[in-house]
Write a protein that binds this ligand. Structure first.
Ligand code: HT7
Ligand code: ZN
Length: 861
C-alpha cells in the first residue's frame, strides 16, 4: 500500500458549489443519484479524479449525455475523466448495499435503521466524489424510503419538504445552507423515537433540539439533553459562539466505530454517549456523555464552520475541540479533578504512543490509512498544545486569537499554521519555536535541579530538556514550553508562583529574596505534556502532598511517592526480598483522607495508586508479575493500617438520598467505593459482606459496578453469583451487558483468558458490534496487562486471531487492536519473540486491509 504525504498536498483541480443527492433507500440495493456542477479551479485542464469504494456504477452522464465505458476509467478506487470543459454537470448513479456494510463506514444499517459515517473517507462509499475536506459545497438531499420502515428521514440542515409518493413510499428534502466538506454529510432513516426540547440562543433565536433513539429508550435521554443545552450556553459565554441553525438533531445508534460524529446539525452518536439512567449508567458514563455531547456540539464552530484543509491537519479541529470540551467539563465539575483525569488519560494512552513504534507528530507527515490517525496524539496531545498556547498567551489574548481565527477563516478549510498565526497575530507573542510541538513527535524529558544559597537568599532552578529520536525523526530541535512552578516555604505557603518559559536546552532561573529554603513544586497543573525528572526526597513528596497550593501538583506528589515506593517493591519482588512498609506514605494518605478542606473526588484520586500500565512505563524491562505483586502488597499495607479510617469513611458516605449524577455526589460515591476496594484487600468476611451487600442492594449502577469490579478479581463463590445475577438482570440491555463483558475481561484472575474465550461464544457477544469488541477483546488487550502478557504467549496468540477475524469484517476496528502487540520492545526477549511472531503472522495474511497492514508493519519495525 501507498503512503500519502503532507508535502505532496495540492489544492483540488476542480471545485463545486452545490451537490444534489437523491437516495432511494433499500436495505441491500440503495440507489444514489448525485448531481454536481464542477468548475476548474485552475487553467491546467487536469483530469477529474473522483474517489469511490465498494460502489456499483449504474450510470454516469456529463452535461446530460450518458458516457460510454471508454469515456472514463475506474482503477484503484478512483474514477477518472479527461478532456473536460471548464464547467460541466456530472450526474452519477450508484448502487450500494447498506445491510451488507459491516465496516460501518458510508451508509450502513444499525438495528435495521439507516445511518451514515463519512469521516474520514466514508462518503466515497456512497457515491463517486472528490472525497477530501477542502472541497466544500452546499448539499440538497432527497430521501425516498418505505413509510413503515422509515417514518423518520433526516439529513443535514433544514427540512424543506416532506411528501407521500404513493401508498408505501414517502420522500423528504433537506437543504444545508452552510458549505461543508463531504465528511460532514449525514443521512439517517428508520423507525426511531424522538425526545424534544428547545434552546433560546443569546441573541434570542429558538433552536429545536431533538434526540432520536430506538423505541423504549426515551427515558434515557434527559442527561444528554441537559448536557447539550449546557454546552450551547457555555460556548456563548466563554467564546461568544452561538448555534447557527434552528434545528439540532442527535441520533443514537448501537453500531458505531467511534464515540460520536459531528455531522452538521445531525450528530450521530454511539448509544454509549447518549443513553443514561441511574440504574444502568455509572457516574463515569454520565461524565462521558456530558463531555462527548459537548465535544460534538463545539465542533460546529471548530471543525464545521472552519474545517481542515487536509487530513494531516486533523488536530486543527480535534485538538482544539478536545481543549474546549475539557474546559467545559472543568467549568461544570472540579477543575483540579478534570485536569488530573485528563493527564491520566494522556499518560495511559498518549505517552506510550509517543514512546513507541507508532509515534507521530500532532500534525502527522504521512499515512497509509487516515483512520489510523484518530489517535491520542492528534486528540489529547493536540489539546495539550492548545492548552500551552492558552498558558503562554493568557485567557484574554487566547480569546482574541480565537475571534481572529473565526474572522479570518469562517467557511474555509485551513491548516494548523493558520490557527497558530491567528494566535500569534492577536497576541503579538512569537510562536515560531512553539510550533515545533506540531511537527516533532515524542514526549520531552525535562530534568530539574536546584540550589539554595542561604547567605544570598537566592534560589536557582535549572531545567534541561531532551527529546529522543522517534521513527523518521532522528534529531530534534529545542522546544518552547511553559513550566508553571511554585516555591513553597516551610510554613506551607507559596513564596513564589510563576510560569517559566523554557526555550533553551538548559536554562537556569534565579529567584531572589527567598527568605528560607523552599520546596519547589514543578509543572503545576501539568502546564507542559512532558516527563519531569527531579530528585525529591520522600519527605519533600509528603510535604507537597500536604501543602502544595496547586491541587494537581499535590496529587502528582502522591503519585510520585507511590511510584517511588512501588518501583522499590518491584525490585524487591524480583530479588526475592520481602516487601517493606513505608509508614510515612500511609500516614500522608491518612491525613489526605481526613482533610476536610479537600473535596471527596480529589481525595479519592489521591488514594488511588499509580496503575499497573503506568508503573510499566517507568521500567526498562516490564515485569508484569512483579508489578502486580508489588501493587497488591502496597494496597494490602494501606488497607491494614487504615482499616478503621477506611471503614469509618465508607460508613459515613453511605447514603439513602436518591441518586443524582452531579459531580459532588459522584465524588462522594467515588471516595466511598475506593474505601470499599481497599477494605476488600483484607481477608475479612465482614468486609466481603459489605461488598456483596452493596452489589445486591445498590440502587444505582455506579455502586453496583464498583462492587462487581471488586468481586471479579476474587476467586470466591460470591463472584460467580454476582456475575450471573448481573447478566440475568441486564441481558436485554446492550450497554450494561458491555460492562459485564468488560469487568470479566479486566479480571486479574489466572482463568481470565479462558473466560474471555468462552465469552466470545456467548449470546451476549457479537464480533460485528464495535462496543462488544471493545468491551471484551479491547479491554483484555489494552487494560489487562497481567493476563494479556502471560509468559506462554497465549494472550498474544488469541488476540492476533481476533484481529485477523475482525479485519475481514471491520478493518478500522481491527487496526485499533494492534497497538498492544507493538509494545514488544519493552518486554523480556522471550515475550518480544512471541509478540513479534504474531505481528509477522498479521502481516503475512493474504488480503489484509491497508488499515491493519499499516498498524502491524509499523509496530514490527
Ligand atoms: N470527528 C469524529 C471522528 C469520527 C471517526 C473517525 C474515523 C472513523 C469513524 C469515526 N467516527 C467519528 C469524532 C470526533 O472527534 O468528534
Ligand atoms: Zn472531535
Amino acid at each position: 500500500p501507498q503512503s500519502i504525504r503532507l508535502e505532496d498536498y495540492r489544492a483540488p483541480d476542480y471545485l463545486v458549489d452545490n451537490v444534489d443527492l437523491v437516495f432511494d433507500l433499500e436495505p441491500e440495493s440503495t440507489r444514489v443519484l448525485c448531481a454536481t456542477t464542477y468548475y476548474a479551479a485552475n487553467d491546467e485542464g487536469a483530469p477529474l479524479v473522483l474517489d469511490g469504494e465498494d460502489l456499483t456504477l449504474l450510470n454516469i452522464a456529463l452535461d446530460g449525455r450518458t458516457l460510454g465505458e471508454t469515456e472514463y476509467s475506474i482503477e484503484n478506487n478512483q474514477l477518472t475523466l479527461t478532456d473536460l470543459p471548464e464547467r460541466f454537470e456530472l450526474v452519477i448513479e450508484t448502487e450500494i448495499n447498506p445491510k451488507g456494510n459491516t465496516q460501518l463506514s458510508g451508509l450502513y444499517q444499525s438495528s435495521g435503521n439507516y445511518c451514515t459515517q463519512c469521516e474520514a473517507q466514508g462518503f466515497r462509499r456512497i457515491t463517486y466524489f472528490q472525497d477530501r475536506p477542502d472541497v466544500m459545497a452546499r448539499y440538497n438531499v432527497t430521501i425516498i424510503a418505505d413509510k413503515t420502515a422509515c417514518p423518520v428521514m433526516l439529513s443535514n440542515g433544514n427540512l424543506i419538504d416532506q411528501s407521500d409518493l404513493d401508498e408505501t413510499q414517502h420522500a423528504a428534502v433537506w437543504e444545508d445552507p452552510f458549505p461543508k466538506p463531504s465528511y460532514l454529510f449525514a443521512l439517517v432513516a428508520g423507525d426511531l423515537a424522538m425526545v424534544e426540547d428547545t434552546y433560546k440562543t443569546s441573541s434570542g433565536r429558538d433552536v429545536d433540539l431533538r434526540i432520536f433513539v430506538e423505541h423504549g429508550n426515551e427515558d434515557r435521554c434527559s442527561w444528554a439533553m441537559e448536557s447539550l443545552k449546557a454546552s450551547m450556553k457555555w460556548d456563548e459565554e466563554r467564546f461568544g459562539l452561538e448555534y447557527d441553525l434552528d434545528l439540532y438533531n442527535i441520533v443514537a445508534v448501537s453500531d458505531f466505530n467511534m464515540g460520536a460524529m459531528e455531522n452538521k446539525s445531525l450528530n450521530v452518536f454511539n448509544t454509549k454517549y447518549v443513553l443514561a439512567k441511574s440504574d444502568t449508567a455509572t457516574d463515569q458514563d454520565y461524565a462521558g456523555i456530558e463531555a462527548v455531547i459537548a465535544h460534538e456540539y463545539f465542533h460546529n464552530w471548530t471543525g464545521n464552520r472552519v474545517t481542515c484543509r487536509d487530513w494531516f491537519q486533523l488536530s486543527l479541529k480535534e485538538g482544539l475541540t478536545v481543549f474546549r470540551d475539557q474546559e467545559f467539563s472543568s467549568d461544570m465539575r472540579s477543575r483540579a479533578c478534570e485536569r488530573i483525569s485528563n493527564v491520566k488519560v494522556l499518560r495511559a494512552g498518549q505517552f506510550p504512543e509517543d514512546g513507541g513504534p507508532l509515534a507521530h507528530p500532532v500534525r502527522p507527515e504521512s499515512y497509509i490509512a487516515i483512520d489510523n490517525f484518530y489517535t491520542a496524539t492528534v486528540y489529547n496531545k493536540g489539546s495539550e498544545v492548545i492548552r500551552m498556547m492558552h498558558t503562554l498567551l493568557g485567557e484574554e489574548n487566547f480569546r482574541k486569537g480565537m475571534d481572529l481565527y473565526f474572522e479570518r477563516h469562517d467557511g474555509e478549510a485551513v491548516t494548523c499554521d493558520d490557527f497558530a498565526a491567528a494566535m500569534q497575530d492577536a497576541s503579538n507573542i512569537d510562536l515560531t519555536q512553539f510550533k515545533l510541538w506540531y511537527s516533532q513527535a515524542g514526549t520531552p524529558d525535562v530534568s530539574a535541579s536546584w540550589a539554595y544559597d542561604e547567605a544570598a537568599k537566592q534560589f536557582d532552578l535549572t531545567l534541561s530538556q531532551h527529546l529522543g529520536a522517534t521513527p523518521g525523526q532522528e534529531t530534534k530541535e529545542t522546544m518552547h514550553m511553559p513550566i508553571s512552578i511554585g516555591l513553597i516555604g516551610p510554613d506551607g505557603e507559596d513564596m513564589v508562583s510563576d510560569v517559566l518559559s523554557l526555550t533553551q536546552a538548559e536554562q537556569t532561573f534565579t529567584f531572589k529574596e527567598i527568605a528560607s529554603k523552599p520546596v519547589v513544586s514543578l509543572n503545576r497543573g501539568f502546564s507542559a505534556p512532558i516527563k519531569f525528572k527531579a530528585d525529591y526526597s520522600r519527605e519533600e513528596l509528603a510535604f507537597l502532598m500536604a501543602h502544595d497550593s496547586d491541587d494537581f501538583a499535590r496529587w502528582e506528589a502522591a503519585q510520585s511517592y507511590g511510584t517511588l515506593l512501588l518501583l522499590d517493591m518491584i525490585k524487591a519482588h524480583q530479588e526475592g526480598r520481602a516487601f517493606e512498609k513505608d509508614a510515612p506514605f500511609i500516614e500522608a494518605l491518612r491525613k489526605t483522607l481526613h482533610n476536610e478542606n479537600l473535596d471527596a473526588e480529589f481525595i479519592a484520586l489521591c488514594l488511588q495508586l499509580p496503575v499497573e500500565s503506568y508503573l510499566a512505563e517507568q521500567m526498562d524491562v516490564i515485569d508484569v508479575e512483579a508489578i502486580h505483586a508489588a501493587r497488591e502488597a502496597l494496597r494490602g499495607f494501606i488497607a491494614t493500617d487504615l482499616q478503621d479510617d477506611l471503614l469509618e469513611t465508607f460508613r459515613n458516605l453511605r447514603s439513602d438520598a436518591p441518586y443524582s449524577p452531579d459531580a459532588k455526589s459522584a465524588g462522594l460515591r467515588s471516595l466511598k467505593n475506593i474505601c470499599l476496594a481497599y477494605l476488600s484487600e483484607l481477608d475479612d468476611p465482614a468486609c466481603m459482606g459489605l461488598i456483596t451487600a452493596q452489589y445486591h442492594n445498590g440502587d444505582n449502577m455506579t455502586d453496583r459496578m464498583a462492587a462487581l469490579g471488586i468481586l471479579s478479581n476474587k476467586d470466591v463463590s460470591a463472584r460467580e453469583e454476582a456475575l450471573s445475577d448481573f447478566y440475568s438482570r441486564y441481558k436485554n440491555d446492550p450497554l450494561v451487558v458491555d460492562k459485564w463483558l468488560a469487568v470479566q475481561a479486566m479480571s486479574s484472575l489466572p482463568t481470565t483468558l479462558d473466560t474471555v474465550k468462552s465469552l466470545m461464544e456467548h449470546d451476549a457477544f457479537s464480533i460485528k458490534n464495535p462496543n462488544k469488541v471493545r468491551s471484551l477483546i479491547g479491554v483484555f488487550a489494552h487494560a489487562n496487562q497481567l493476563n494479556f502478557h502471560r509468559a506462554d504467549g497465549s494472550g498474544y496468540e488469541f488476540h492476533t486471531s481476533r484481529i485477523l477475524e475482525l479485519d475481514k469484517i471491520n478493518p478500522q476496528i481491527a487496526a485499533r487492536m494492534v497497538a498492544p502487540l507493538g509494545k514488544w520492545r519493552r518486554f523480556d526477549t522471550m515475550r518480544q519473540d512471541l509478540m513479534k511472531a504474531q505481528l509477522q503472522r498479521i502481516i503475512d495474511t493474504d488480503g489484509l486491509s491497508n488499515d491493519t497492514f499499516e498498524m502491524a508493519s509499523k509496530s514490527l519495525n
